[in-house]
Every structure is written in structure tokens, then in C-alpha cells.
Design a protein around this ligand. Structure first.
Ligand SMILES: C[S@@+](CC[C@H](N)C(=O)[O-])C[C@H]1O[C@@H](n2cnc3c(N)ncnc32)[C@H](O)[C@@H]1O
Length: 235
């Protein structure tokens, strides 16, 4: 594991001494998403999103001043990790090692297998201008690995777990994947929330189900061919 993973783990653990570690990790993801909300300076100057600010302040409420100062440091470690090792997934590593330890089937595909699948999914040429979906995406590491070789596509990830959807959203944003993450049950199509990421050059934007391509284009149970247009699907 890298220094940044170790530093991020230490910082999260320091908050975990007083608070539940799973809550701390979840709050960190929420704060990250709020921080990258519409990261376009022009838009920020023009509009104040009160819902986003309310969520940000509400999330911080349970922490004292010293604890609050730790969250930007965690984000800094994550950003440095992505800067030095693009398309890596330390959020997913941390989640499986310290939070779920494999509960609820949340073992993510090991990186070498993601690499193999990404290579096997395409012919010799790079894939471009397609929709790439993982309907049970975990931390989105399969999509990340595919994007490393084939960045010029639209990426879609869905997961029934709120933490997984938020890890994916952060991973999409920091690695420059353009597309959508849905927090939803892709079998029952129950919708809980979602985000557009890096679309129109603007950071992370919360969406309703009516704006979601994943929710409006369910995988067809009758056909092997997904209905989302030209699409590669991972599971
Ligand atoms: C084994 S993990 C695989 C994650 C990822 N595709 C990978 O390869 O690393 C399975 C994921 O499916 C999610 N999941 C299970 N049932 C689901 C459902 N009905 N709708 C959406 N996601 C689901 C779980 O929360 C978990 O994150």
C-alpha cells in the first residue's frame, strides 16, 4: 500500500477513536462530494446552493474544531494518491479492509483481475464514444481500470449501498471520468439518489431519477443486449 493510503488510514483512525469509524468514513465521502459540488468558479459565484451547504454543515455538526481540521487532510492524501497513481482505488481498499470486511458481498474485484477483464472486454483498438455500465459497481474500480485504457467514453455506475455510491462518485470525479453514479437497487429499480459527474465541465451535481440515464434505461431482462445504447456492461 502507498504512503497516502497509510496516511489516510491514520487520519481516519484518529477520528475513529471518538466516533464510529464507518460513520467517519461516510461523513468524509459526503463532505468530499459537497466540496466538489459544481466546481466551476463562475457557477459558484452566481449561485449559492443552500441544500449543499446545509448538508455540509449538518455533516460537520458532530465534530469539534480539531476534528473538523482533519477532513481536508484526508482529502489531500486522497488527491495526492490519485495525482501520483491515477485510476487507483484506495477508497475501495480502505472500505474492504477497515469498514465492511466483506459483509454484504462487498468484496471488490482485485486490481489484477480488473486489469485482465478490461483487456478482455475490448478488441485491439481503444473503445471510444460508448456507454460503459457497472450496475453493481462497488467503489467503481472496474470502471476506473477500463477508463485507464479507454478514457473517451461515458461511464455509469450504480450500487445499492450509499457508501459504495459515494466512493464511486469521488473516484469518478478525481479521475476525470464523465458520467453518472446512481445510488439505487438495479434489480428492483428503487431509486435513492444520484450524481452527474464531470458533465459539461462541472464537478458533481446531485440528480433526481428523472435525470438519470441508468434509471430510465434499465437492463432488459428479456435480452442479453442492454438497452442503454452502445454499451459495455460489467457485473
Ligand atoms: C462483489 S461487489 C462487486 C463490485 C464491483 N463490480 C467490482 O467488481 O469490484 C458487488 C456489489 O454489488 C452491490 N449490489 C448488490 N445487490 C445490488 C443491487 N440489487 N443493486 C445494486 N447494487 C447491488 C453491493 O453493494 C456490492 O457493492
Amino acid at each position: 500500500m502507498t504512503n497516502h493510503f497509510n496516511e489516510m488510514s491514520k487520519l481516519l483512525a484518529s477520528l475513529g477513536r471518538k466516533h464510529n469509524l464507518s460513520t467517519v468514513f461516510n461523513d468524509f465521502l459526503t463532505l468530499g462530494i459537497c466540496s466538489y459540488h459544481r466546481t466551476n468558479i463562475q457557477t459558484r459565484l452566481q449561485e449559492v446552493d443552500t441544500a449543499n451547504e446545509k448538508l455540509y454543515l449538518q455533516t460537520l455538526k458532530k465534530y469539534d474544531k480539531n476534528e473538523i481540521s482533519i477532513f481536508p487532510k484526508i482529502l489531500g492524501e486522497l488527491q495526492l494518491q490519485v495525482y501520483k497513481h491515477p485510476y487507483s482505488d484506495i477508497l475501495g481498499e480502505y472500505f474492504t479492509e477497515h469498514i465492511t470486511r466483506g459483509e454484504n458481498g462487498q468484496f471488490f474485484t482485485p486490481t489484477p483481475i480488473c486489469e485482465l477483464l478490461a483487456k478482455l472486454s475490448v478488441e485491439k483498438q481503444t473503445v471510444t464514444h460508448k456507454s460503459i455500465l457497472d450496475p453493481a459497481c462497488g467503489s467503481a474500480r472496474m470502471l476506473l481500470r477500463f477508463a485507464k485504457d479507454n478514457p473517451k467514453n461515458d461511464f455509469y455506475g450504480a450500487d445499492v449501498s450509499n457508501t459504495c455510491a459515494k466512493m464511486s462518485t469521488m473516484n469518478f470525479f478525481l479521475n476525470g471520468l464523465r458520467g453518472e453514479v446512481a445510488w439505487m437497487n438495479t434489480l428492483s429499480m428503487q431509486w435513492y439518489g444520484g450524481w452527474h459527474i464531470n458533465t459539461n465541465g462541472i464537478g458533481i451535481i446531485p440528480i433526481e431519477k428523472e435525470d438519470s440515464k441508468i434509471w430510465s434505461n434499465p437492463l432488459s431482462p428479456k435480452s442479453d443486449e442492454p438497452e442503454m445504447g452502445q454499451q459495455l456492461t460489467f457485473f
